[in-house]
Design a protein around this ligand. Sequence first.
Ligand code: ADP
Length: 495
Amino acid sequence: MAKKYILALDQGTTSSRTVLFDDKGKICGISQRETEQIYPKHGWVEQNAVEIYQSQLETMHKVIRDNNIDFEDILSIGITNQRETTVVWNKKTGEPVYNAIVWQDVRTSKYCKQLKKDETLNSYIQENTGLVIDSYFSATKVKWILDNVPKARIMAEKNELLFGTVDTWLLWNLTKGKVHATDYSNASRTMLYNIVKLDWDLHLLNNFEIPASMLPEVRSSNHHYGNFEFDNHKIPVTGIAGDQQAALFGQACFEKGEIKNTYGTGCFLLMNTGSKPKFSEHGLLTTIAWGLDGKIDYALEGSVFIAGAAIQWLRDGLQLIDNAKDSEYFATQVKEDSSVYVVPAFAGLGAPYWDMDARGSIFGLTRDTGKNHLIKATLESLAYRSKDLIVSMEEDSGVRLASLKVDGGACANNYLMQFQADILDTPVERAEIIESTALGAAYLSGIGVGLWKKEDILKNRKIQKEFQPEMDAVKRKKLYATWKKAVSRSMDWEE
Ligand code: ADP
């Protein structure tokens, strides 16, 4: 019998990729295409939604061609995507009425600031969507399109427009306009979905003046959404999840208390909190991890704004290193304990501090401080900021972390991973496949098509390297206490 495959469509902020997995969950091929970013005004970030779909389709065909695979050997398609990015299109013609407004776009931030003054609305949004009012999420982006694109509101009220996050837009196009749906994880990032009642929130739809007829149906992340038809083949689309949630699934964090950390430009941490939503006391977001056959798992989410970006700063800003990888070598040249601290608050500090007036700072400089100390301290700052979030998650959930599962570009750094294990006093597991996002989409899709069960995924998970904590408790406590002191002194800087 011919080998069978699963296609994971991974539509990210800067590129569209398709990853081809075989029926053992092994990567057989990857095709990738950059997508254009459009910056019409300061703080505005858009993409051409048609290009998003076309580039995704191209990478899908290319990976199949390059690996000499027949469409009939593709079992199913899974989708994972940049979250919150908003597309509104004409139901009849399929044409977007405006460019996709990307999650990073802050055109509605003034409006959000105004909304934040309304305390009743603030708490309503936190208690029902798990989010905090922010331009990041889809709700105010949809409202902006309806308020600013000529005729959009009239058309929406006549039931002529559809809204979708990127997964929904891809699905609608793949099924030639037959299916308008999303999964729980993506719905939970719109600030329109009630994660407690598991339905679109009518109060918020009224508040943002968004007609319910525009909204997609919300389904389980392993649902059979529809089929992609090509050359007389029907390929089922059976898995959808937002990128961070897909990575949590790809890392097999199925149990309450399990956390994955993605070390990219920023760090994204998600903790599975089980079947009930946990609301944070530390400014973390509550979100839906996934729905599997109608059963929901929730997650707590926190992010470090500047993580790998701080390594880029060492490379491009300070020109201390030629490439990110070299940071590991230079950090290991410092033999004594850390005495220098870098707080990478270049854009303020997020959870649990939430101080947008904090600024990047360096502490503990002495006459013998050299470049290696700065590089080491910058790497360590990623681990300290991640620990800040993990401690908050443990407090919010009441569960102590057993091991941290890591992925993303900077998890290749052994010094950083060992320091992370030491400062957490928890083992850090680097998976063999660090393409966790695409893997998560493939797993969901494989479950959807009946190829795998959760147990198979757990068995299939291979650890490339495990970092065991080695630091003694007194030193760990002292280092972390000094970090907290450094953070407190970097705060409230900007006037
Ligand atoms: P993104 O998906 O956000 O673009 P990636 O997962 O590709 O990020 O990771 C790239 C980031 O990780 C960059 O910011 C880079 O500076 C950092 N990085 C990559 N390799 C290393 C390394 N070996 N050590 C430290 N940082 C690294």
